[in-house]
Design a protein around this ligand. Structure first.
Ligand code: BGC
Length: 807
């Protein structure tokens, strides 16, 4: 142990006290030993350091900070150098606010387009997400503080995120849901990992020995700290045994006592506690070093804003450009329509919410773009209410214009932590507007603002489509620069756009049932499914247009990688995202038709040719073998494909690879869906065959009284009237708020109350309610109201007395 001498000086109580927060954002300090607190702050695309009231819901504003484009946006740049830059700037701002651990980036896979937090995640592909995440981590940590990749792992939905059991087979877990984390750990060398709220194959992730010990600490040699997601600690001792050093936020001393008791009773060895303390101390000392010397306590607000703009510019995707309407010809008269042009839609809701230093709105930046606007009309109400007058005014303006810039997208409440979307459609009132505009002026350029996939049955009604995703505080100006042609778009999609939601491979298994979600589609998420099963999509993974054109030639494949030539055949400089996909010609071991195994972004002048090299690495040919329980390589001929997108393969070669000789684990006849890739509708029996065991019960056991890990939502079948009343009051409050149009507040109810396990009442109230009082509350909801009330009262008095003794 690195800090043995220091640990030897600590009392047992002091050691235990380090294992949970001092308050909502800080770790415990021990002044007499010179151990300082760490400050942890969100988040993934801007610092959210709260000075006053603390919350993890994005309710109270943080100190102003630059709001960079969200991860889903930067992912479209496919530029790891840019990712590293974003990390550096985030790190610099974190230092200026004396933050030690920056809670990001989010590395979870986009399993399903409805996930409410997809805007915070990079990709549907683990290799792509991993490379970008690692680049952020390198950037953040270059400033001397720690990044914190999250949410580890298999947390791919918001619904019931604090209780759901993710049931996933080992190979899919490794190849799809863990690979991005693996890359961020190994290549980014992150110093902190945040465990997720959910269970993984039956156990909470922070208590899951297989995930935490075998894989994270064992196979990946991770030496850093694991922090729980806020309020995510269940059994603190089980967490410590799995190597989860830090519980956040504070448990107001409760779990400290549990730790001390566990040592006394022999449930936990002191050596295990010491090892956890040792790793946490390492983080405390290394992430504080920067503050020992003079450090920059401010940052150049304007410069950071400009950087945020550059990042946004490189992440915008041109999805359609009929008649080469874009870049807009000089002098064309433009009607600007859409609420988002007045009030930019630039980030999502929840814990990642940043209080921006500056905020660009389209209409404020229009003049400097050089584009001639003949006026602006809102066109629709942001939160979906129909308004014929707005449509008619918009049409009158559109009639007079050469071109219509139509700003459409999703509102803030649609994309927020804590709840998933109900559909992937754009609101009806926006589509009605589009239809009406199309009647009067077909030259429509749609500008889309949202952080996740939407369905586009209306695509034929627009000539051009520019997807800005959530571009951060300078996103509006960045979009104008692409429209005017000052910037040549170079973003490509990091997720597939299905023709309709029903085509999504996890359609039948999202968000799962009451107690669990079964990942029956296995590894076939995103393009892995569409491509293998031959299902058409609207826009494929990796797709994006440019104002110039590129030609690919001269592919050469050898044991180290692939090289080819790329020529800019158009008349202006541009950047092309080149993608390496690999497929295996043998069908012994089922796998997707092709998988991304490398990529690069190349800047290239008009008429210029460059030689591009994409090396193979340890992930190029590997698959996880469930018999040998390790990564293996199948001996086979492999297709090496260079694409401009996952379906637009421009060059193809092949290579024979000698394998590791492991026995193939599958019986093709028993796993037909996985061998064909038609994995959208897998039967329970076939999934169990893949899983190697029976699936657990997916419904709540309504016969049992409610306990710590049951959620408030489960009060609907509580024995006690009080429990059921609580449930119905919450549902009613949610309904009223939703009807009143207060959708963010309605979401908050779901996030902070409805889906919360009972233990969360004790874990997230900073000691106002302790576990003993919670026992009383549980008695009340379980039908023993008077006894429960007395219990709460008695325990409350005890708590107050104990607090008085301490002070
Ligand atoms: C989120 C985390 C976040 C934490 C602290 C949780 O609700 O899931 O991503 O870092 O709150 O705000």
């Amino acid at each position: 142990m690195k800090y043995k001498a220091l640990i030897d000086q600590m009392t047992l109580e002091e050691k235990a006290s380090l294992m949970s927060g001092k308050d909502f954002w800080q770790t415990q300090d021990i002044e007499r030993l010179g151990i300082k607190s760490l400050f942890l702050a969100d988040g993934p695309h801007g610092i959210r350091r709260q000075e006053a009231a603390a919350d993890q819901l994005g309710l109270n504003p943080g100190i102003p900070a630059t709001c960079f484009p969200t991860a889903a946006t930067v992912a479209n740049s496919w530029n790891v150098n840019l990712g590293e830059k974003v990390g550096e700037f985030l790190g610099e701002e974190a230092v200026s606010q004396q933050v030690h651990v920056l809670l990001g980036p989010g590395v979870n896979m986009k399993r399903n387009p409805l996930c409410g937090r997809n805007f915070e995640y990079f990709s549907e592909d683990p290799y792509h997400a991993g490379k970008l995440a690692a680049s952020y981590v390198r950037g953040i940590q270059s400033q001397g503080i720690s990044a914190c990749i999250k949410h580890f792992a298999a947390n791919n939905q918001e619904e019931r995120r604090m209780s759901i059991d993710t049931v996933v087979d080992e190979r899919t877990l490794r190849e799809i849901y863990l690979t991005a984390f693996e890359i961020a750990v190994k290549e980014g060398q992150t110093k902190t990992v945040m465990s997720s709220y959910n269970r993984l194959n039956g156990e909470y992730t922070n208590e899951n020995q297989h995930l935490m010990k075998d894989i994270l600490r064992g196979e990946w040699s991770y030496k850093g700290v694991v922090v729980t997601d806020w309020g995510g600690s269940n059994d603190r001792i089980a967490g410590l045994l799995a190597g989860n050093e830090l519980e956040m936020p504070t448990s107001a001393g409760q779990t400290n006592r549990e730790i001390v008791d566990a040592i006394h009773s022999g449930k936990l060895e002191e050596k295990t506690l010491d090892e956890n303390v040792d790793r946490l101390l390492d983080l405390i000392f290394t992430a504080s070093e920067i503050y020992e010397k003079p450090y920059k306590s401010d940052f150049d607000v304007e410069k950071h804003h400009r950087v945020a703009q550059k990042v946004s510019e490189e992440s915008i995707i041109l999805l359609k450009n009929e008649d080469k309407l874009l870049p807009l010809k000089f002098g064309k008269k433009v009607a600007v329509i859409g609420d988002f042009a007045k009030d930019a839609r630039y980030q999502g809701g929840g814990s990642s919410f940043v209080n921006p230093t500056i905020l660009d709105h389209t209409m404020d930046c229009f003049e400097e773009s050089g584009i001639v606007s003949i006026g602006f009309e809102r066109g629709f109400e942001r939160y979906g209410k129909k308004n014929a007058e707005l449509i008619s005014k918009a049409c009158s303006l559109a009639e007079k214009a050469d071109v219509v810039f139509l700003y459409i997208g999703l509102d803030e409440a649609a994309e927020a932590e804590g709840s998933d979307r109900k559909s992937i459609k754009l609101p009806d009132n926006q589509i009605e507007l589009l239809n009406a505009l199309h009647e009067v002026n077909p030259n429509i350029v749609a500008i889309l603002s949202c952080g996740s996939v939407v369905e586009m049955p209306w695509i034929d009604k627009v000539k051009c489509l520019l997807h800005g995703y959530l571009g951060g505080q300078a996103g509006a100006r960045a979009i104008l620069r692409v429209l005017s042609g000052d910037v040549n778009p170079s973003g490509k999609l990091a997720e597939s756009y299905p023709l309709r939601y029903e085509d999504t491979p996890s359609y039948h298994n999202f968000p799962g049932n009451e107690a669990s979600v079964e990942y029956r589609e296995g590894m076939y998420i995103g393009y892995r499914y569409f491509d293998t099963a031959g299902v058409d999509v609207l826009f494929p993974f990796g797709f994006g247009l440019s104002y110039t054109t590129f030609e690919y030639s001269n592919i050469r494949v050898d044991k180290d990688g692939v090289t080819f030539k790329l020529t800019n055949t158009g008349d202006r400089a541009g950047m092309e995202v080149v993608q390496l996909y690999v497929g295996c010609q043998s069908n012994q071991i089922f796998r997707p038709k092709k998988e991304l195994k490398g990529f690069d972004k190349i800047f290239i002048n008009a008429g210029e040719t460059k030689t591009v090299a994409i090396p193979f690495d340890d992930k190029t040919f590997r698959y996880f073998n469930v018999l040998t329980n390790q990564w293996e390589i199948e001996e086979a001929e492999y297709d090496i494909m260079i694409g401009a997108s996952s379906v637009d393969i421009r060059l193809q070669g092949s290579i024979y690879i000698e394998g590791t000789g492991a026995e193939a684990p599958y019986d093709q006849e028993k796993l037909p869906s996985y061998f064909t890739g038609n994995a959208r509708h897998v039967s329970k029996e076939e999934f169990e065959m893949l899983l190697g065991r029976k699936v657990p019960a997916s419904a709540w056991d309504r016969t049992k009284p409610l306990g710590y890990t049951d959620t408030i939502e489960q009060c609907q079948y509580a024995k006690g009237f009080t429990g059921r009343l609580i449930y119905h009051s919450i549902v009613f409050a949610h309904w009223v708020l939703w009807k009143m149009g207060k959708r963010s507040s309605a979401n908050l109810i779901m996030m902070s109350i409805y889906y919360m396990p009972f233990r969360g009442i004790a874990r997230l109230t900073g000691g106002i309610v302790n576990m003993q009082m919670l026992d009383g509350i549980l008695l009340m909801v379980n039908g023993r109201f008077i006894k429960g009330l007395r219990h709460v009262w008695k325990e409350r008095k005890k708590k107050i007395k104990a607090q008085k003794v301490l002070s």
